[in-house]
Structure formats: structure tokens, C-alpha cells
Ligand binder design. Structure first.
Ligand code: ADP
Ligand code: MG
Length: 393
């Protein structure tokens, strides 16, 4: 199965319906981080330069019904600044509302129209054929650039792609290319650093990577589930007690496959997750009661940095500590700088990991930053994403 790219689509003089991922953080109508909007601009530019008229759509948040705080108005404004042209937008009760349809019908050649939040229509997440049909009626062809939503079979991602000539946008195509190569044919040694909050989120990725990687470096809160499973004392650190068997099983599988699974030897600990609290370094498997492991310690960071040195490919998903709050950002920052400086081909995925890489100021030196949190993880688990399957053939 190959993904159909923009080159396969005739767009000159056509109405092109584009599914983008404009699911940006919004607070009081102000966009916190516009990277997702910027990420899809090259695709929109290319389509406009090719003579298309654009009808754009996206979800924003998880509204169950129309609500003012999830309207796409602020996105339309920001996008019009980025494109340097007006972005038509009408607040409506949903993407298929009568006023919305009338507004789309008035779109002139070369114009850009943004539909209201797709999730205002409860049929969206059910992949209801009636909604997909309505959306398809707005345009001649369909482009999906919403990699971050590609793991969902929704009317605006999967359903509509089956009804119109369709192709992947530049962002989605690049994600597909990089992540496919990482799974199928990575330059070796491949070293994988997995951190973050929960083992349960990332267990399947670790499992897939045991067949590809020489080393798996575990960090963040989930390291403590592994450490406890190995018999360590982890104090009050975050542990998923119902995942201890799974962690043990993964450690055995790693050993059987000859993959080295690394755990942080020491941790920066505190008695509460608060700015300015007193911290102490303890061995990660000898954390006293009442203390929480909140960051990789200096020995662990040195060890992880050393292991990464000879990698040819690096995949990093999940921060090594509570990076949002100094001083617990030190470990994550330290490895971020190391990853950025490597000769290896480097891929970073996960919403918080990408934020950490941005905070460390090293994003430009990472080869590929994956924009989809859940979508990247499911892709790396080896699953077929429905949004991508619908554009392949
Ligand atoms: P990503 O979004 O990159 O996939 P996750 O969402 O899995 O990453 O994990 C990020 C979260 O994990 C952050 O909010 C961070 O504060 C938290 N975290 C990391 N290490 C710890 C720890 N030792 N204790 C508690 N929370 C942690
Ligand atoms: Mg996260």
C-alpha cells in the first residue's frame, strides 16, 4: 500500500477540502502555541499556488455539542496572518449546518474558508456516512494533512477520504515516510529513549522497539514501575501497580532478544511536586518513604548520554522528569541537548517531549519532530492508522 501524495491530485481551479489539525491550546480565545497551524501552512501554500480554492476543517478540543470556547475563530485569524490572505470563517452550529453550507457556496476562486469545529457535529466521531457525504459535497477533491488525527476513523478523516479523489498533504506524507522508515529500515544501531507519565501509554511501543533497537532507555515516572518490578524501593514515586507483571515481562523479553534495557541509576527526589522544594539525589531503587523520584539523577543522565553517542538512529518519546517545573527539568534538558548534538538521525515525538525540546531550544537540530502524540505512538506500535489507510492504495 502506498500513500497517495499531492502530486497525484489535480487541484487547478478545483475546490479542495483539507482536513488539518488545528487542535491548538486555547485559553480565553488566545492561542497558546500555534505550531500545529504553522505545520500545515506549506501544504496550504502549495495548494493555493496550484490554483486551488480551499475549504478547511479541523476539530478543536473535545466538545460534545456546539460551545463558544471551542470555536475556530482564533485559528482563522492566526491562519490569515500566516497565509497573508483573508480566511473566511462564520461561527455556526457545526460544519454541516445550513448557514455553513451557504457560506461555503459563496467562496470565490482562490479563497480560503474555514469550517466550524468538526466535533460540534456528534456524527463526526461516529464516522457517520451522512456527515462524510455532506462534507464531500463541499469540494471536488480531499487532502488530509491532519497527522495528529490520523489514528481516528472519523467522518472528516476517514469517511470523506473514501468519497472524493484524495491524497495526503505534505505534513502527513512526511510523517508517514519518516516513521515508516524508522519501523522498516532504520539505520542501526537504533536507540530508543522512552519516558513520560505512564507505562500503559507506551508499553506497545517499547514492545515493538525490542525487535529493532539495541538499547531502550527508560525514564520519567514510568521508570519507577520497572524499578519496583525489579524489587527496588521507590518511595512515593508514581507506580502503576497493575503493570508490574507487564514490566517484568518486558524486561525478560528484552533480555531474550539481546536488547539492553536501561533504568536510571539515580533520581532527583523531593517530598512534593512544588517549585522551590528541597531536593535530594537517591539511588533510584533506594528512595525513602515520603520521597518521590521526579527527574533522572546526574549519574543516570551521564549514563544515558554515553549510551546515545554511537547511535545511528534515535527515537525519543517522553520526558525524563517533571520537566515543566525547575529544577526537575535538568535531566530532560541534558539529554535534549545530547540528542540534538548527535550525528544520528533523530526523531522526537509526543506532545510533552516536543514541548521539552522547544523549551531546551534545540528543536532546529532534531531531524524530525513528530506532530501527532497518540497518532505517532500508534504508528510506532505498528498499527495501521485509518486516516492513512484511506489515502493509500
Ligand atoms: P509525551 O506527551 O511526550 O508523550 P507523556 O505525556 O507520556 O509525554 O509524559 C509527560 C508527563 O510526564 C509530564 O507531564 C511530566 O511532568 C510527567 N512526568 C515525567 N516524569 C515524571 C515523574 N518522575 N513523576 C511524575 N510525573 C512525571
Ligand atoms: Mg503528554
Amino acid at each position: 500500500m502506498t500513500l497517495r501524495t499531492l502530486e497525484t491530485l489535480e487541484v487547478e481551479g478545483k475546490r479542495v477540502l483539507v482536513r488539518a489539525d488545528f487542535n491548538v491550546p486555547l485559553k480565553d480565545g488566545v492561542i497558546g502555541d500555534d505550531s500545529r497551524i504553522r505545520a500545515t501552512v506549506p501544504t496550504l501554500r502549495k495548494l493555493l499556488d496550484g490554483g486551488a480554492t480551499l475549504i478547511l476543517m479541523s476539530h478543536l478540543g473535545r466538545p460534545k455539542a456546539p460551545e463558544d470556547k471551542s470555536r475556530l475563530g482564533p485559528v482563522a485569524e492566526r491562519l490569515s496572518e500566516l497565509l497573508g490572505q483573508d480566511v473566511r470563517y462564520l461561527p455556526t452550529s457545526g460544519p454541516a449546518a445550513d448557514e455553513q453550507a451557504a457560506f461555503v457556496a459563496e467562496a470565490g476562486p482562490g479563497s480560503v474558508t474555514l469550517l466550524e469545529n468538526t466535533r460540534f457535529d456528534s456524527r463526526e466521531t461516529k464516522n457517520d456516512p451522512a456527515l462524510a457525504k455532506k462534507l464531500a459535497e463541499y469540494a471536488d477533491v480531499f487532502v488530509n494533512d491532519a497527522f495528529g488525527a490520523a489514528h481516528r476513523a472519523h467522518a472528516s478523516t476517514e469517511g470523506v477520504a473514501r468519497l472524493l479523489p484524495s491524497a495526503a498533504g505534505l505534513l502527513l506524507a512526511r510523517e508517514n515516510e519518516v516513521l515508516s522508515k524508522l519501523l522498516a529500515n532504520p539505520e542501526k544501531p537504533l536507540k530508543v529513549m522512552i519516558g513520560g507519565a505512564k507505562v500503559s501509554d507506551k508499553i506497545s511501543v517499547i514492545e515493538t522497539m525490542l525487535d529493532l533497537a539495541s538499547d531502550v532507555l527508560i525514564g520519567g515516572a514510568m521508570a519507577y514501575t520497572f524499578l519496583k518490578a525489579r524489587g527496588g524501593r521507590v518511595g512515593g514515586s508514581l507506580v502503576e501497580d497493575d503493570k508490574l507483571d507487564l514490566a517484568r515481562d518486558l524486561m525478560e523479553k528484552a533480555e531474550a532478544k539481546g536488547v539492553t534495557l536501561h533504568l536510571p541509576e539515580d533520581s532527583v527526589c523531593a517530598q512534593a511536586i512544588e517549585a522551590g522544594v528541597q531536593t535530594e539525589i537517591f539511588p533510584s531503587d533506594e528512595i525513602p518513604d515520603g520521597w518521590l523520584g521526579l527527574d533522572a539523577g546526574p549519574e543516570a543522565v551521564k549514563h544515558y548520554q554515553a549510551v546515545l553517542q554511537d547511535a545511528r538512529t534515535v527515537l525519543w518519546n517522553g520526558p525524563l522528569g517533571v520537566f515543566e517545573m525547575p529544577p526537575f527539568d535538568t535531566g530532560t534538558r541534558g539529554v535534549a541537548e545530547t540528542v540534538a548534538g548527535l550525528e544520528a538521525y533523530t526523531v522526537v515525538g509526543g506532545g510533552d517531549s516536543v514541548a521539552a525540546v522547544n523549551a531546551a531550544g534545540v528543536a532546529e537540530r532534531i531531524d524530525h519532530i513528530s506532530t501527532g502524540g497518540g497518532a505517532s505512538l500508534e504508528f510506532l506500535e505498528g498499527k495501521t492508522l485509518p486516516g492513512i489507510a484511506a489515502l493509500s492504495g
